[in-house]
Design a protein around this ligand. Sequence first.
Ligand code: GDD
Ligand code: MN
Length: 387
Amino acid sequence: MTDDAVVEVGDHPTAISAEHDPAVVLSLVVPTYDEAGNIEPLLRSLHGVLTDSQVGFEILVVDDDSPDRTWEVAGNLAAELSGIRVIRRIGASGLATAVTCGWAHARGEILGVIDGDGQHPPAVVADLLDAMADRTDVAVASRHVPGGGVSNWSALRRLLSRGAQALGLLLLPGTVGRVTDPMSGYFLVRRDVITGTDLDPVGYKILLEVLARGDVRRVAERPYVFLERERGESKVSAGHYVGYLRHLMRLRLHPLRSRALVRYLVVTALALLADALAFLWIFDVQGWNLTRSAAIAGEVGILLTVLLHDLWTFAGRAARSSLDRFRRLAGVQLALGVLLFLRLLVINTLVNWFGLGPLAAFLVALAAVTPASHLLGSRLTWRGVRS
Ligand code: GDD
Ligand code: MN
């Protein structure tokens, strides 16, 4: 084994640099702990698949100084197979931080992760690379799309995995809800999607960290069947589930998230106030009829919502192009416009069928339709932005 085949690191990098080597399209990280019996067949198979894919690649094994010297087995292979690099982390542990450490040392335009125990079929990486072709930001190997599955997990493991997913959907719907297999440890991500943020994952769920903190807009999924382990055993323990919960809470309360949330709520309140004041002025002062007054007032609220969200709430999220920005604004206008029409129906029904006063009808309709309009608006337009 050549000495530089294994790089010893003690650091714990969380920032991913924007630079990459144009000759390296894919940097695939393989996190290992006590995989000496699995790593050789995995690396040989992976090296074959990536060689056949005709793209420039590197495979970074990130081993946490395994007692079974997995780093040494991988280092010997690095001397034989080009494109394999081995990082031996001293004094650090954890699957997810091993991945971020590997990505911090990677040179590729696309970064990825695959398990080192052979349970993630190497052939699927070709499908993920294909999926990354048309401006996709993240391509996830999923067990939960047609053609995917798990070999024979115990009912308990299936239950725990699905339970963890359901909990994630509850706490982080805008993140966990974007993929069918948020627990997947097998995916590719475009480097520039995660260079603007610090990745500070906990435990096993690196995909959660990428989806929550990255500038992820387009996600693709490809099926895979989670295979049986041939040697060694899973390192997943009860502690990992506690870590997962901690990770979810941290992402839920993340300053950026709550800042966006506070601004989101302030804009909603301002838009509602503008809507009501515009109605009062047009209907009461100018004396225009009820429907026209409510329609114009509603449009004032929509335009204010769109402008303030774009210029203030989500100011950090640069539109990829003016077409993106136009699409997003048109999406809000359409979504909230449909609900404005509903609101006019509710107002007229309340006044003409239930004899409510115009102002009371306006306020009841405004209160009734607002939650739906903002929920719809945020889903349709600022996708991937935490609400
Ligand atoms: N460097 C490092 N440090 N690697 C680790 C550590 C660690 O602390 N813990 C585990 N690994 C490596 C293992 O050696 C293996 O290559 C890979 O991470 C997955 O670990 P397992 O313990 O085998 O996890 P699993 O098979 O039960 O679950 C895997 O698949 C699930 C479904 O995709 C993991 O990838 C889960 O994150 C994933 O949800
Ligand atoms: Mn495994």
